[in-house]
Design a protein around this ligand. Structure first.
Ligand code: APR
Length: 234
């Protein structure tokens, strides 16, 4: 792809599906098993913190048993070899991109393996449970730790950095996301307005497929390595 220097890549749950992590909206997905209103809003946390902690404690334990797949590995390889600007913006709260070696990465919806203290506002690495109300490692306060996950109605992280990169992008690529949740679902139009080429790699057309110059369907572990090889000219 000639003339491509600056790349922004948006990833979603589909990129981790083949590592055995449930997506949200596919059949049997998380939002079929749980009501968003019960586990993924600030109101739910006030109403029934134990229910919310049980949900995230289980997912935090589960992702530590999973491994990055060929799609994560290919994106880490691109990150290592791409001479121009590159930013991976993930909606995922698992750590599989990092474990595969990706460095130029933003978690716009937070991270499972952090606990966020609402007393001192600091985030601490966390692999255990929160339901037993442990003390904050930073300030010592008890009962103020919550999952470091952006819930519905809350502002995603580092939006200024993300929009700055999108507005400099020559190429915007969306991988494994349904395009159901904003602001991420609006990035493709922002990128188009900035003059970028747009490509979707997904198991099926997303809700925003219409906005992409090109859309390829299939599993991420096949599509992503093929695309990265093509881009790096391997
Ligand atoms: N390879 C490629 N794409 C896949 C695969 C796969 N193996 N498996 C599923 N997909 C695609 C599905 O077709 C679907 O379009 O991944 C997408 C997953 O969509 P969602 O489950 O809606 O997940 P995502 O788009 O990441 O959700 C966005 O919503 O619930 C909130 O905060 C949560 O970050 C999440 C946001």
């Amino acid at each position: 792809m000639s003339g491509v220097h600056n790349i922004v890549i948006l990833t979603g749950a589909g990129v981790s599906a083949e590592s055995g992590i449930d997506t949200f909206r596919d059949s049997g997905g998380l939002w079929e098993q749980h009501r968003v209103e019960d586990v993924a809003t600030p109101e739910a946390f006030v109403r029934d913190p134990d229910l919310v902690h049980r949900f995230y404690d289980a997912r935090r334990a589960a992702i530590q048993t999973k491994q990055p797949n060929a799609a994560h590995a290919a994106l880490a390889r691109l990150d290592a070899h791409w001479p121009g600007e590159l930013l991976i913006v993930t909606q995922n709260v698992d750590d599989l991109h990092e474990r595969a070696g990706a460095k130029r990465l933003i978690h716009m919806h937070g991270e499972h393996l952090n606990a966020w203290c609402t007393a001192c506002d600091r985030r601490s690495p966390w692999t255990g449970t929160l339901i037993d109300r442990p003390a904050c490692p930073a300030c010592g306060m008890v009962g103020y730790l919550r999952p470091d996950v952006v819930w519905f109605g809350e502002m995603p992280y580092r939006m200024d950095d993300i929009y700055r990169a999108i507005n400099r992008a020559d190429l915007f690529v969306s991988i494994g996301t349904s395009g159901a949740v904003y602001p991420a679902a609006g990035f493709v139009r922002e990128a188009r307005q900035a003059g970028a080429r747009t490509l979707e790699l997904n198991m099926e057309p997303s809700q925003g497929s219409y906005w992409f110059d090109e859309a390829r369907q299939g599993p991420a572990t096949q599509l992503v390595p093929q695309w990265v090889d093509q881009l790096l000219g391997f």
